[in-house]
Design a protein around this ligand. Sequence first.
Ligand code: NDP
Length: 300
Amino acid sequence: MTDAKLIDGKEIAAALRSRVGEGVAALVAKGHARPGLATVLVGADAASQVYVRSKGKTAAELGMGSFDHRLPPETTEAELLELIARLNVDPTVHGILVQLPLPRQIDTARVLLAIDPAKDVDGFHPMNVGRLASVSAGAPLDFPVPCTPLGCSMLLAATLGSMAGANAVVVGRSNLVGRPVAQLLLRADCTVTNGHSRTRDLPGLCRTADVLVVAIGKPEFVRGDWVKPGATVIDVGINRVPAADGKTRLVGDVAFDEARAVAGHITPVPGGVGPMTVACLMYNTLQAARRIDGLPFLAV
Ligand code: NDP
């Protein structure tokens, strides 16, 4: 059997970013407000700092306003809520992203609830979670959808076109990734099963999948003989493991070389889902700015 075709997340994300950039320029040219993204980081977590920096930089590159709010680790919940209240009414801000995880003294659910759902570009506000849970098959996603799941569904659409009738297995049921991915696949007319740590015979379940999305945070957990020949595999996992040269390297939740020999299409790690996450955040910010200005949903 020949190796699976790689799904090039870098290329698909670059094309999305470019379309978003064009959308921003077109809005501004028509005299609408420049879309603005506010990022909020509480504390000094190194990985979070990298993510937030890359989000702000990409927003600026696409011609958006970019507002970076850094708060000390001892910030109280009241102080964070006060900042969110200000961003909610700031007309230059169309998207608010509070980088997770938050320090222990802050109740994450209360913070997510405080963000104006119209500016909730991460799609974690309960109102947007409910919209995704109740969207009809094929209906437009004219509300913010969590960025990584949206990126997975865009990669699948770019690779497969219609997925109607496909058996889809999503491994992982987190609110951040697995659960919204399952809902997006249901909307795309797949027959969806959502596996998790208590699933019986996970390898057997995975072997039924025409579309297999894995988001569990366990390095190379899904083996090649779990993959149905010709299946499309989306590996969301990002795990740092020791490398032969004494450094570290990134691997996904799927044993890539084994799975690649069996699958029809597969995402690499890095270079698969990762680049789509930031591109989808930009897409969500553009759509939020359009909606706030009363403009219709734009398919980009
Ligand atoms: P969580 O830890 O929140 O959730 C993990 C999920 O995997 C849970 O539902 C858990 O099941 C399930 N799981 C854990 N172990 C097993 C197992 N042995 N067998 C079956 N299911 C299992 O992780 P996230 O969803 O936030 O992230 C998952 C991965 O995706 C991570 O590697 C993360 O780094 C990566 N990620 C990548 C992003 C990107 O941009 N590419 C963005 C976000 C995350 P249960 O519910 O039963 O505990």
